[in-house]
Design a binder for this molecule. Sequence first.
Ligand SMILES: [Zn+2]
Length: 277
Amino acid sequence: MEQFTKIKSFEIDNETCFVCGRKATTREHIFPKWLQHKFDLWDQKLVLPNETKISYRQLVVPCCPKCNGEVFGKLEKVISNESETDSDIWRWANKIHFCLTIKDKIFEWDRKNPGYKIGDVISTKDPLEQARHYLHCVSGDFKCSPDPFGSVFRFNFKQEQKFNFIHIINSSSIFISLGNRAYIVFIKDCQFFKDHKGIMEEYNELILRDLKMSDVLYFYAKNLEYLARTTVTNPLMIKEGEIVKLGRASIRKIEPKNTELLKAICNQFGINLIIPD
Ligand SMILES: [Zn+2]
């Protein structure tokens, strides 16, 4: 069988597998069928960052049978039967993030930008390029250390929760709730949050509580606000087929707390924020 040895660049279009660039004869659901079935999502609508509304059932990307069935099929299985590790959920979150991002690019491409192409060189400056390389962590053709390469926060609820999904494209992060568990995943932060003492203390304290959805969303909102005013440098080594974090991240610059931004994010998430003056 032919092996994928190098992550090749290719043009994104509707005939090409979003993972490997071969001919796409199948369609991969960005939100898998088991998930749509479980939470009755088929006709519910998601608002994309460009304000387009699209139903979950329509969110499909072109895929070859191998990537769809073998490679990503296995990953879907561990998540649907609730046996996922943090690395699995990170790979899965990255797939959703990547697909929603190219979906947005494809819409743009439809309008004005023919021949959008992503290259075969991973770039720390291009988050989409990174996400595309991380897709290949599922097959093992690309490796990252640490694995997961981003911060994964897991939350367990005592009661089943409604399905909830938030994608914040500029921070490459998602929030997803899957019944009695929910995740916040920062896909490309090189575990900056996981190394952050203050944030981890808060997280470890939070998960001991009888959690409400709003507690988790508020934690996410605070981290997004923090990320927006913090400039971080991560010492990285990138070589063919691999990305390695070489040491702890350093904070280059940090701006004062932006309460207005935090309020705006909370608003967007549908939670009320009461801040004492
Ligand atoms: Zn493929």
